[in-house]
Write a new protein. Structure first.
Length: 422
């Protein structure tokens, strides 16, 4: 992976001492180009200030429109905000492209704190051999988009930003940053490799905030995957409505209080997002303190160990809890706190209840010294959301689940295989 050289000394000196650099990686080489441009216009209503730098990389779908990088301001046109020569046709699903953008931003626009927002549209899948299937033709329908996936059909909800992750229940393994031109996407392992390289070469310990302006990304598996990359993660357990994040509101608050840290900026996202959503929409958003995730993984292991030590008696309570727990648009995403709550409420096994309670105690209440730093939800369909989901499929376990770090380091995957088979 080749990363860009450092910026000229005079350029770095101009931006040294700023409080924040906000980096937005916009994978819009797909049907979301218009929405990407709308979000850039929203950002430009605030623009960079002497304390807050806002930069973006936009990969467009329109033929003849090259990928560009922008230093976003309030007064200039978007074209006037372009920095450097056009990058040509890039692949936003390539880990190298993400790494080069972030390395360029960090070198050119140094600051005390850094936030990276992954903005995308993604519905990727692997076939049964694990290779990437061709980009399919889609027929809009009342139920959703009809996708021909290797001879079988699946219906995907009509979303602005469908889920991107490897954790799925079938051969439809979702991905990040779909690039229609290259038919490529980023998975969680690629994100980790790309950002690990940037952090190593730039000398930055971690991003202060990693944001996912996408659907259903606030999962324990995803947060664990990026635990060495960021101090805080902000994302949604549920699908996001068409508008995504209200960038103008979030950035106005940050510009007014640039001394905010990553947790406080994440809390701004949570509050602004919930306020911007339609009153009738089911909406969630939360901030996780990734430094505390090892304690959560340890408590999860204790729960799994208790189940595995007495599968026959524990099985009905665990399976029943999974059925009753808060779910989201992707039914294989269960709220982890609510899953433990149902076990606590309904099992007579003293040891199992104790392990469930210990895990619940780490997940609630939300607060500045908690794993869930800030959490908000709206709407009856998500009334039992508490800030972080976990994978528990109704059917077969995805073979790709084994690739995630949490599957290696925790017993959750083993417990799923024992209870569900596979």
């Amino acid at each position: 992976m080749t990363l860009p050289c450092a910026a000229p000394p005079d350029a770095k000196a101009t931006f040294a001492g700023r409080r924040w650099t906000i980096m937005v990686y916009m994978a819009a080489d797909n049907d979301l180009e218009a929405q990407a441009l709308a979000d850039l216009a929203e950002i430009k209503t605030v623009g960079s200030t002497p304390q807050v730098t806002i930069v973006a990389q936009l990969d467009r779908a329109q033929p003849g429109q090259p990928t560009r990088r922008y230093y976003l301001t309030r007064l200039r046109t978007l074209e006037g905000d372009a920095v450097g020569p056009p990058l040509g046709e890039t692949n936003s699903g390539d880990a190298g492209d993400l790494a080069r953008f972030v390395a360029w931003a960090v070198e050119t626009y140094p600051a005390d704190r850094y936030a990276l927002v992954l903005w995308n549209h993604g519905v990727g899948w692997h076939d049964v051999r694990g290779s990437i299937a061709p980009w399919p033709a889609m027929e809009p329908s009342a139920e959703g988009d009809r996708v021909d996936a290797g001879g079988s059909e699946a219906r995907l909800p009509v979303l602005r930003r469908p889920l991107f992750r490897q954790v799925v229940a079938s051969a439809l393994a979702r991905g990040i940053a779909w690039d229609a031109s290259s038919q490529d996407f980023l998975d969680n392992a690629e994100i980790k490799r790309a950002l690990d390289a940037v952090l190593l070469l730039s000398g930055i310990e971690r991003f202060d905030l990693l944001g996912f302006d996408a659907c259903q990304m606030q999962m324990l598996e995803v947060a664990y995957q990026v635990r060495t990359l960021a101090r805080y993660v902000v994302a949604s357990q549920e699908i996001e409505p068409d508008g995504g994040w209200p960038y103008h509101t979030i950035l106005r608050r940050l510009v007014a209080w640039p001394e905010a840290d990553g947790a406080q900026l994440g809390a701004m996202v949570v509050d602004a997002y919930l306020r911007a959503c339609e009153p009738t929409a089911a909406a969630t958003q939360s901030v996780l303190d990734v430094a505390r995730i090892d304690d959560v993984a340890s408590a999860l292991n204790a729960l799994c160990r208790c189940v595995l030590s007495n599968v026959a008696s524990a099985r009905p309570f665990v399976v029943g809890a999974a059925r009753a727990a808060q779910r989201f648009r992707d039914p294989d995403c269960r709220d982890l706190y609510d899953f433990c709550r149902v076990i606590w409420d309904h099992t007579a096994d003293v040891a199992l209840r104790a392990r469930a309670y210990e895990l619940m105690a780490l997940l609630k209440p939300a607060g500045p010294d908690r794993f869930v730093v800030a959490e908000g939800h709206r709407g009856q369909p998500v009334e039992r959301a508490h800030g972080v989901s976990i994978y528990y499929p109704d059917g077969a376990i995805s073979p790709y689940y084994r690739r995630l770090d949490l599957s290696y380091d925790a017993l959750w995957g083993e417990m799923l295989r024992t209870l569900l088979g596979g």
